[in-house]
Design a binder for this molecule. Structure first.
Ligand code: TPP
Length: 278
C-alpha cells in the first residue's frame, strides 16, 4: 500500500467526484518524483476542512490535518520547522478565497517554497452548497435563496497581483496534465499555486461540464499583462468564452528559506530545528 502511496481508508467522496482524479494525479506526480530522487519521507501535506480535505486520509504521506482557512500558514509552519521537507497544501475554494484569503494574498510576498492546490468547485460543498467567492452571480443556494448578489473573484488575477511566483490552472478531470503541472509546481523554487477547476456532482451543477471550452497554453506568459489578459478569458461567472489551462506565470525570486540565515543554515545541514544541538 505504502509504496503506492495509497491508504486503506474507505473513500467517502460522492460517486463521480473529481476529487478521486485529483488524488490520482497527486499520487502519480509524487511517485514520479520519488523515482527521480525525491524521498517519500520528506513529503509533508496539509489540508483545510472540506470535501477536498479528505485527500489527507487517502494519500499516504505525513502531515497535519489543518483548520478551515488556515491551510497556507499550516504549510508554512511545516516548512519553517524543517526547510528540507517538500510541503504540499490541498485546499478548497471556500477555504482559500474566503476564510483564508489574507494568507493567500501574503503568500506571494513570503514566497515559501511549497505548493498550494485549490480544488475549486465554485461552492462550499461539505457544508452543502453555499456560495463561495468563486460562485457565479445569481447562484441560488440555501443561504442565498434569491441568488448570490456579488460577482465572483478571479483567483488567477489575484495571484498575479499578489506576486505569486508560479501560477497555473488545471482541469481536475485531466489526470495527465494535472500530474505534469503538479510536478512542475513542486520542483519550482518558491510558492507555487495551482487552481484546479473541479465539478461538484452534488451542488452548483450549473457551472459543471465546461471541458469543451478548456484549452492548454503552450508556455508561461512573458509579461504580467499577457497573463492578466489570459486570466480574464474566464471570469468564473458566465457560461461563455474559453478557459485557459496550464502555467500562466513562473518567475525566479528569493524564497523565505533563502531570506532567513537560520533557515538556510538548517537547509544546508539537511536538518530541522529539533535536530539542532543546544
Ligand atoms: C473556522 C471554520 N469556519 C467554518 C467552518 C465550516 N466549514 C467546514 S467545511 C466548510 C466548507 C468547505 O468548503 P471548501 O473550502 O470550498 O471545500 P469543499 O468542501 O468544497 O472541498 C465550512 C464553511 C469550519 N469548519 N471552520
Amino acid at each position: 500500500m505504502t509504496q503506492e502511496l495509497r491508504t486503506d481508508s474507505p473513500v467517502t467522496w460522492c460517486p463521480g467526484c473529481p476529487n478521486f482524479i485529483i488524488l490520482e494525479s497527486a499520487r502519480k506526480a509524487l511517485l514520479n518524483l520519488i523515482k527521480q530522487g525525491y524521498k517519500r519521507e520528506n513529503f509533508a501535506m496539509t489540508v483545510g476542512i472540506g470535501c477536498h480535505a479528505k485527500i489527507f486520509d487517502y494519500l499516504d504521506i505525513s502531515g497535519i490535518y489543518g483548520l478551515h482557512g488556515r491551510t497556507i500558514p499550516t504549510a508554512m509552519g511545516i516548512k519553517i520547522g524543517n526547510p528540507n521537507l517538500t510541503v504540499l497544501a490541498f485546499a478548497g475554494d471556500g477555504d482559500t478565497y474566503a476564510e483564508g484569503i489574507g494568507h493567500f494574498v501574503h503568500a506571494g510576498r513570503y514566497n515559501t517554497d511549497m505548493t498550494l492546490m485549490v480544488h475549486d468547485n465554485q461552492t462550499f460543498s461539505l457544508t452543502t452548497g453555499q456560495g463561495s467567492p468563486t460562485s457565479q452571480e445569481n447562484y441560488k443556494n440555501k443561504a442565498e435563496p434569491l441568488g448570490k448578489s456579488t460577482p465572483p473573484l478571479n483567483p488567477i488575477k489575484l495571484a498575479l497581483s499578489s506576486e505569486i511566483s508560479f501560477i497555473a490552472r488545471c482541469n481536475a478531470r485531466d489526470i495527465t496534465h494535472t500530474q505534469e503541472v503538479l510536478e512542475k509546481a513542486i520542483t519550482h523554487k518558491g510558492f507555487s499555486f495551482i487552481e484546479i477547476i473541479q465539478d461538484c456532482t452534488s451542488f452548483n451543477l450549473d457551472v459543471n461540464k465546461r471541458d469543451k471550452d478548456m484549452y492548454q497554453l503552450n508556455s508561461p506568459c512573458k509579461t504580467k499583462d499577457q497573463a492578466l489578459k489570459l486570466a480574464d478569458e474566464f471570469d468564473y461567472n458566465i457560461r461563455k468564452g474559453k478557459i485557459p489551462l496550464g502555467i500562466f506565470w513562473q518567475e525566479n525570486k528569493k524564497t523565505l528559506t533563502e531570506e532567513w540565515p537560520q533557515l538556510s543554515n538548517l537547509k544546508k545541514k539537511g536538518i530541522g530545528w529539533k535536530d539542532l544541538k543546544r
